[in-house]
Design a protein. Structure first.
Length: 54
């Protein structure tokens, strides 16, 4: 990342990044809406109580 000293350029970059994130979030929401039959959560793996997670 190039350190810009001009605050106007910084604001413009932040605004562009925010728009990109909003677009990606909208695409993700649309994709989720098209495939609602998928499970919402990962399956929970049950471990024997004696084992540690290493």
């Amino acid at each position: 990342m190039i350190p810009f000293t001009n605050p106007e350029i910084q604001l413009e970059l932040i605004r562009q990044q925010g728009q990109e994130l909003a677009r990606e979030a909208a695409q993700y929401r649309r994709a989720r809406a098209l495939r609602p039959e998928k499970p919402r959560h990962w399956p929970r793996f049950k471990r024997p109580s004696g084992q540690s997670v290493a």
